[in-house]
Design a binder for this molecule. Structure first.
Ligand SMILES: [Ca+2]
Ligand SMILES: [Ca+2]
Ligand SMILES: [Ca+2]
Ligand SMILES: [Ca+2]
Length: 252
């Protein structure tokens, strides 16, 4: 009987110790907005004592979860560039740079310039980082990466049944800001199409691009193109500015 009581009391004190330990380890969230003080101070650069840093009616963590900037009213986090270095706040968080310091690694090149040119913004050494675009036709999806960091995953529309998008590994061969598709010899005519990136030609000379498309809205659920990868205008400009001639393209 005494043995049993001893075991029970030992278990109870163990539970109390555990509760104390968990309490002590839980990081402090002074303004109870769902982000702990450390994250607010060193990662998101929000006010740890003000649940709604930008005073737009939405709590800091709510904004992060919904991909809005907790620092700048009404801006999506991908549209905000708090330190004005050419790299948006969303990509700064994903890449691990400081979104309030334009030159995180202090090498005199701004974070945005380093990412644009394919260099590490977190290393003083001129370290190259590989860029990669991956298109998964059956999922109507395009993912793009800076090193191993996924920067965005966007809905696309690729080649329809009779005109499939070529599969394989390619490279961006050319970037053309504006271009016309089709014309008098075709059944379609799409002038002034923005943000075109050539990635291959077939043996008949037919050219394949990843490009913006303004004439349909079938991104993410239907493949309707003549073989190109169609991207929504609101997604394409960012991808175009990120990709470089030579950037790897994998299509499956
Ligand atoms: Ca907080
Ligand atoms: Ca807010
Ligand atoms: Ca920035
Ligand atoms: Ca730098």
């Amino acid at each position: 009987m005494i043995k049993k009581l001893l075991i029970i009391s030992a278990i109870i004190s163990l539970i109390f110790i555990l509760i104390k330990f968990v309490k002590a380890e839980a990081p402090l969230d002074s303004d109870a907005d769902g982000l702990n003080d450390y994250e607010e101070q060193y990662i998101y650069h929000t006010d740890p004592f003000q649940a709604d840093t930008d005073k737009d009616g939405f709590k800091d963590n709510e904004e992060i979860l919904n991909k809005y900037s907790p620092l700048q009213k009404q801006l999506k986090i991908v549209e905000a560039d708090t330190d004005n270095d050419g790299l948006n706040d969303d990509w700064e968080l994903k890449i691990g740079t400081d979104l309030t310091n334009p030159d995180t690694d202090n090498d005199n090149y701004k974070d945005g310039l380093e990412v644009k040119n394919g260099y590490s913004p977190t290393s003083k050494l001129p370290q190259k980082i590989e860029k990669k675009i991956e298109v998964i036709c059956k999922d109507f999806k395009l993912n793009y990466y800076f090193g191993n960091k996924l920067l965005d995953s966007i809905p696309v529309s690729t080649g329809k049944g009779k005109t499939p998008t070529p599969r394989g590994e390619f490279k961006i061969l050319d970037k053309i800001p504006s271009k016309t598709y089709g014309g008098v010899n075709y059944t379609f005519y799409y002038p002034n199409t923005k943000w075109n990136m050539l990635f291959t030609k077939d043996n008949k000379g037919w050219k394949y691009y990843i490009h913006g498309a303004y004439w349909h809205n079938k991104f993410g659920y239907d493949n309707v193109s003549g073989g190109c990868v169609n991207v929504k205008y609101s997604d394409m400009e960012r991808l175009y500015n990120f990709a470089q001639i030579g950037t790897k393209v994998i299509i499956e």
